[in-house]
Design a protein around this ligand. Structure first.
Ligand SMILES: [Zn+2]
Length: 310
């Protein structure tokens, strides 16, 4: 009896072992946001075992001879499944992957495009400076094993330090650096002048609260001003579902109000430990992730402005 029991126990362990688990199915569906432009739009949550990092936006631009990627997503498997879905729209290789910033939910898919197409990776030098092969970054720790498997950290090939203009298969791209710390130490947005499409990376999110934990309020305000100076009809945030002309409104209002309120609080000599009860940003209460992220954004931005004032 005992022998029987332990045998079935062994069998139970074997059949539940992750090695036998199938690859995570991201169920990715491209959404056409403009002529020749499709995006996979992520859910309005933080990365988790359930969403496997599909909480980020990753976009494909179809050109005459290849696809150009704007952010490749959180894992090799995500990228592989995104490519499979796009192959039903056009059978084209991926020669160029543009990465907006160093947060790994935006670029761990690069390893798929490098392996399959030897694609050229264009992005911030901060990826090469802060990450190396074998590092267990945020996605490696948060994603299920059957989603993160085969993912590798690979280097960025081209790291522009000023605006990079590219024409690829008849499509024009401007890759524009902010030039100071904004969402991270080094951020780019991508503008397609002929199509009037702007990809903001995480310089703007909508429908959810931004995470400014590696960022700067002043840098964000500068980035918003720079993006606003472009004539766009389609605005793709790094996270968020609104890709229309109003796609930047959430971010612009949030950072502008936050800045005004911090200046007022400094004038009123509000203490650091009181700041999150004085500046509550109630207008944004209904946005996803408000509870998780807002108070920290407020207190860190307050400290930043307090010490930047002369
Ligand atoms: Zn980010």
């Amino acid at each position: 009896m005992l022998k029987k029991l332990s045998l079935s126990f062994v069998a139970l362990i074997i059949f539940n072992t992750p090695i036998y688990a199938e690859t995570f199915d991201y169920k990715l569906e491209p959404k056409k946001v403009s002529e020749n432009v499709w995006c996979f739009l992520g859910v309005l949550e933080g990365p988790s075992k359930t969403n496997a990092g599909a909480m980020v936006n990753s976009c494909y631009v179809k050109t005459s001879d290849s696809f150009v990627l704007i952010d490749s997503g959180p894992s090799y498997q995500y990228a592989s499944q995104a490519y499979e879905a796009m192959s039903k729209i056009a059978k084209l290789p991926v020669h160029t992957v543009i990465t907006t910033h160093e947060h790994d939910d935006h670029w761990l898919g690069n390893s798929f495009y490098k392996e399959k197409f030897n694609a050229k990776i264009v992005g911030p030098k901060t990826i090469n400076e802060h990450y190396k092969d074998g590092d267990k970054t945020r996605m490696f720790n948060l994603l299920p094993a059957n989603a993160i498997k085969d993912t590798k950290i690979i280097k960025v090939d081209i790291t522009p330090d000023k605006t990079l203009n590219m024409t690829i298969g008849g499509e024009d791209f401007e890759m524009i650096p902010i030039g100071e710390k904004a969402h991270t130490d080094e951020d780019f947005f991508i503008y397609m002048p002929k199509r009037k499409v702007l990809f903001a990376g995480d310089l703007a999110m909508n429908g959810r609260i931004t995470s400014n934990r590696h960022g700067s309020l002043l840098g964000q305000l500068k980035a918003i001003k720079m993006m606003k100076s472009k004539d766009y009809e389609v605005f793709v945030p790094g996270h968020g579902l609104n890709t229309s002309k109003t796609g930047m409104d959430d971010a612009e209002q949030y950072f502008t109000l936050l800045y005004e309120r911090i200046l007022k609080a400094l004038e009123d000599e509000v203490d650091t430990d009181e700041i999150t009860s004085v500046i509550t940003m109630d207008e944004f209460k209904d946005r996803a992730m408000f509870k998780a992220l807002n108070a920290r954004n407020v207190s860190e931005a307050f400290t930043e402005i307090e010490f930047s004032e002369d």
